[in-house]
Design a protein around this ligand. Structure first.
Ligand SMILES: NC(=O)C1=CN([C@@H]2O[C@H](COP(=O)(O)OP(=O)(O)OC[C@H]3O[C@@H](n4cnc5c(N)ncnc54)[C@H](OP(=O)(O)O)[C@@H]3O)[C@@H](O)[C@H]2O)[C@@H](O)CC1
Ligand SMILES: [K+]
Length: 535
């Protein structure tokens, strides 16, 4: 069984935390104690021999967690040095600060203070968490440069840094990080470990987050059970945002089960009638364009579409005669020919774009979209779409757009600009926000590709697939294969959001199993093994 994990935005997290405290079933102090205990526990797991730790505590509750970590590690025999900000934290953090102050001193959280003390085995970064409201400046920015910067005098202690909830400065909604002061390098040295609370936030999984966090642990602090008791029963769940098969081990996080194997069947080809697994139509392009559509068609077959027809114009048909022989081929010259082909209602999914040619894609989309068929739009189809508002208006809920960043910018230039803009306020506008807004605007599922693929449906549901561990998947033709896999899943009856997210997952796992040296042609050949592993 594959599992996914619920992801919460920082606003959702705060709302849940406040509601739980308002219910009287848990106090802020209890949550803070559990958060600090989780961090201290993970430190002790990784550094079983008590050593020397420096805890950096910021002005808010993240700092409060830090004071708990200091107290618990001291109790476990560690030598603890605490550096804290001057200003008055909130009541819970103030209480934790006071409890620590009864045990040990608090030095000023300054660059000099950090440099001045003895070398530590572990540095706990409890400066900022979800409460970051603006880019850090001054002394704190300099401290962050020492911890997470590289290039200036940076990379100070990063392999010994344990981040509380997130590396400080990371925007947990967008995965963006602020610019460091001039000459201090860029914000790009990973923590050894990040212990986040309750659920991963988008920023842990997209943008710079996966790189900065290092190993990500999500610790249960008791709010999952609370909301299961109190929110789910009243239908007050946050709009669903999920991570599927993240790269990270997320041991205690709430799991969401995807019953992929139920939907695919125990054996992907153990079928009744071949039409019961649908019929996918891959609309191919003219002469000398064949490779991309052939990659898509092969992938649609491998994922188990009952029938796959590859449909180029007549003059290119001979180019499409190479194996697999299981592919059907049929010449479709223009929109009229496509209209005739679509009279066959068993054709329930289409793939358009890879190697199709922009003009041909535009002409065929004008016929295809009004039929309401499940349709994957990639490559040239996306360009055609960006040039024709009429086509954009014809998109519907069974369409899946699979743009990379450049194609997304052509389709939704204003949203791409917002993602690219340097944020002056946090939380910053993210790739996830952009995909959600795009999906709502165009009424189709939008799959915005990258190592941090985000997939959004028009109703606000979204999924993140974070796969920074397989850089070799960025290879020519890999997108054509992805389009084919998703089309095959649509043909097999998956709903568009599921087809898109499970397709992304299968595609990534095929690349992971093959390893470096992968070319796009290899991906489809790995699909049977991926499916066997799922069964
Ligand atoms: N999820 C949960 O259930 C639980 C969460 N818990 C923990 O609480 C954390 C969130 O705590 P939090 O809301 O107090 O925010 P936090 O990140 O400590 O910072 C806020 C402070 O920083 C300040 N500030 C902001 N930006 C700044 C800047 N650029 N430069 C300078 N200052 C800046 C800001 O000041 P202000 O913006 O008001 O001027 C405010 O004083 C969360 O990450 C987790 O660790 C657990 O304890 C328990 C259960
Ligand atoms: K932190």
């Amino acid at each position: 069984m594959l599992t996914g994990t619920e992801v919460l935005t920082t606003a959702q997290m705060r709302a849940i935390e406040s509601a739980a405290m308002a219910s009287g079933q848990v106090t802020g102090l209890e949550l803070m104690e559990r958060a600090g205990r989780a961090v201290a526990g993970h430190i002790r797991l990784r550094w079983p021999k008590a050593g020397c730790v420096t805890v950096l505590c910021g002005p808010g509750n993240n700092g409060g967690d830090g004071y708990v970590v200091a107290r618990l590690l001291h109790r476990a025999g560690w030598r603890v040095r605490v550096l804290g900000t001057e200003n008055m934290p909130g009541p819970d953090a103030a209480e934790m600060k006071q409890r620590w102050a009864e045990i040990g001193g608090i030095g000023p959280l300054t660059e000099r203070g950090l440099q001045g003390g003895p070398e530590s085995d572990v540095y706990v970064d409890a400066i900022f968490g979800t409460g970051l409201t603006r880019p850090p400046e001054g002394e704190i920015a300099s401290i962050l440069a020492r911890i997470f910067g590289r290039g200036g005098d940076g990379a100070y202690h990063c392999s010994r840094v344990v981040a509380v909830d997130c590396p400080s400065g990371l925007c947990m909604d967008s995965g963006k990080a602020p610019a460091l002061p001039p000459g201090r390098g860029t914000f790009d040295s990973p923590a050894r470990l990040t212990v986040a609370f309750d659920s991963p936030k988008p920023g842990h999984l997209i943008g710079l987050g996966p790189m900065l966090c290092g190993e990500l642990i999500v610790a249960d602090i008791g709010l999952i059970q609370w909301r299961e008791r109190n929110l789910a029963s009243r239908g007050r769940r946050p709009v669903r945002l999920e991570a599927i098969w993240p790269r990270f081990d997320i041991p205690d996080a709430r799991r969401i089960e995807f019953s992929l194997t139920d939907r695919l069947g125990k054996h992907p080809f153990a079928s009744q009638h071949k039409y019961s697994h649908g019929h996918a139509l891959v609309l191919a392009g003219g002469p000398a364009k064949g490779g991309a559509a052939r990659l898509s068609a092969r992938a649609a077959l491998r994922i188990g579409a009952g029938l796959v027809t590859l449909a180029p114009p007549q003059d290119a048909l001979p180019e499409y005669s190479s194996p697999p022989d299981a592919l059907m081929r049929r010449a479709l010259d223009d929109g009229d020919a496509l209209r005739g082909a679509l009279d066959d209602t068993r054709i329930n999914a289409a793939c358009i774009g890879p190697g199709c040619g922009i003009d041909r894609a535009a002409a065929l989309l004008a016929v295809l979209l009004p039929t309401g068929r499940g349709t994957v739009l990639d490559a040239d189809a996306l360009t055609a779409l960006s040039q024709d508002p009429g086509l954009m208006a014809a998109l519907h809920g069974r369409c899946i757009l699979t743009p990379h960043g450049g194609e997304f910018a052509r389709l939704f230039p204003d949203l791409a600009e917002k993602v690219e803009a340097t944020p002056s306020q946090w939380p910053a506008y993210s790739k996830l926000d952009a995909a959600r807004e795009a999906a709502a605007r165009c009424g189709a599922v939008v799959l915005l590709k990258g190592p941090d693929t985000v997939i959004a449906a028009p109703d606000g549901r979204a999924r993140i697939h974070s796969a920074f561990d397989i850089p070799w998947l960025a290879t020519a033709g890999a997108g054509d294969v992805l389009a084919g896999i998703i089309t095959g899943l649509l043909a097999r009856g998956f709903q568009p959001l599921d087809a898109a997210s499970l397709g992304t997952l299968i595609h990534a796992q095929a690349a992971r199993l093959f390893g470096p040296g992968l070319i796009a042609d290899d991906l489809s050949e790995m699909i049977p093994q991926v499916l066997r592993d799922l069964a």
